[in-house]
Design a protein around this ligand. Structure first.
Ligand SMILES: *Cc1c(COP(=O)(O)O)cnc(C)c1O
Length: 430
């Protein structure tokens, strides 16, 4: 399989280069030249398959020409050691819990598969690779956890100072060894911009072999498609009109859903559920895409003013606004609405949601006011990552899992950094 530069389709590279470089010379995204359709036999047995079996079949279709089957099997079995249950909320409404991985957010799915793929792709290299990752809270810890202590890999995390929850920050800053946390005086878009500047800096790149583990990297993004199949596999009966509501920031998660649909999965529609960072939601109604400065909300992992996967969504639909807006409905919600949704989920359905999942719930609820469908909303983080917000919304304490409890006693270790590329450059060079 070849991967092309979406801004210059004549530039085609191997999987290896697409993954190890993560973005093109021109700072654009890579896409595979096509998405293979999975055979009908796969869909016929979907309901009986485990998550790992699905992940293996889907990754064989995508990566099978580049990676041996038994390697893919090892990557899958090592990465996916946790549950991804679908729970029923009420008639026609389900929640897919993506937070049972080691860092308790859905980013574990992509990061753990990617780490396995990396290990395979660099095993004959003798240079060290530096993964530079901008995080709005959960990516950094998932990547740090997945790559912790791996030979030949250094991880440098850029996170926005004061914009992540206490537990998120502890997860980012207490690992040590091959993991370094840079605390940036800025917001997530600033972190993302600094990372982009570093990737565009040829000299720095050649010295450090920089790569990204954000969803701009196809190896992080693609594995997130697996759980869309698995959600449908867990529905007890065939449902004809299935809609997923995806709490969106950089739109990697939603793009992965679109990829599953492209490969033949029977998903009718998506709901892009956003907070007040609404650039894509506005595009869906107006046809104009205007990135905005980031607004700070309680759903911090979705505080993205200029979503990095938006160009991939455009590419999947040949930039046709009508096609995009028929497949994706967009809604955005305020923090007040999000708190109210958390309280509603608790009171009406005894379901404790984190703020991000609550935004996804609001999106599907709004969609179902006008459309009959089987709705599935994605719960992307464990509520224990947001105990302050859960308490404020429901007046209830969250049970903090043991793994997170220990973290609260660990000592934060970060390097404070102005929002200034020359300072980052100097730091990386020493
Ligand atoms: C990253 C994240 C999101 C947003 O996902 P995107 O793929 O960036 O759209 C939503 N919820 C949580 C908890 C996250 O960590």
């Amino acid at each position: 399989m070849k991967y092309y530069n979406i801004n210059d389709p004549s530039e085609k590279v191997s999987l290896r280069q697409a993954v190890l470089k993560s973005i093109t010379r021109t700072s654009d995204l890579y896409m595979p030249v096509y998405f293979p359709l999975l055979p009908s036999a796969f869909y016929a047995k979907l309901g009986k398959m485990s998550f790992c079996e699905i992940a293996l079949e889907v990754s064989k279709a995508m990566f099978g020409s580049d990676i041996p089957k038994n390697t893919l099997e090892n990557i899958v079995n090592k990465a996916f050691t946790f549950e991804i249950p679908l729970r029923k909320i009420r008639e026609n409404l389900y929640v897919l819990e993506l937070f049972h991985g080691p860092t308790m957010a859905f980013k574990d799915v992509g990061a753990r598969f990617m780490a396995g793929l990396f290990e395979y792709l660099i095993k004959n290299e003798n240079r060290e690779i530096t993964i530079l990752v901008a995080t709005s809270g959960d990516t950094g810890s998932a990547v740090a956890n997945a790559f912790f202590n791996r030979n030949g890999i250094k991880v440098v995390i850029l996170y926005p100072s004061g914009r992540v929850s206490e537990i998120q920050e502890k997860q980012l800053t207490t690992m040590g060894r091959n993991i370094t946390a840079l605390e940036v005086d800025g917001d997530f878009d600033d972190c993302q911009r600094l990372a982009k500047l570093a990737f565009a800096d040829t000299e720095l790149n050649n010295r450090l072999n920089l790569t990204s583990a954000n969803s701009i990297n196809f190896a992080r993004l693609f594995p997130q498609s697996f759980y869309y199949y698995y959600a449908i596999a867990q529905l007890n009966e065939i449902k004809n009109f299935v809609v997923f509501s995806v709490p969106s920031g950089n739109f990697g998660n939603l793009t992965a859903g679109l990829i599953a649909r492209k490969m033949g999965l029977n998903i009718n529609n998506f709901v892009a559920s956003a907070n007040s960072n609404r650039a894509v939601v506005d595009y869906l109604t107006s046809g104009n895409f205007e990135p905005r400065p980031t607004l700070h909300t309680i759903t911090n992992a979705m505080d993205v003013g200029n979503p990095s996967n938006f160009p991939r969504i455009m590419e999947i639909f040949n930039k046709e606004h009508h096609a995009i807006s028929s497949a994706i409905r967009g809604y955005w919600f305020t923090d007040e609405q999000t708190y109210a949704a958390m309280s509603e989920l608790q009171n009406n359905y005894s379901y404790q949601a984190d703020p991000h999942g609550a935004v996804a719930y609001l999106g599907i609820k709004k969609y179902q006011e006008e459309n009959n469908c089987t709705g599935i909303f994605l719960e992307t983080a464990h509520p224990a990552k947001f105990p302050v917000e859960v308490k404020a919304a429901t007046n209830m304490q969250v049970q903090i899992p043991e793994t997170l409890k220990d973290l609260l006693f660990a000592t934060k270790k970060s390097v404070r950094m102005p929002n200034d590329f020359s300072v980052l450059r100097k730091f990386l060079n020493t």
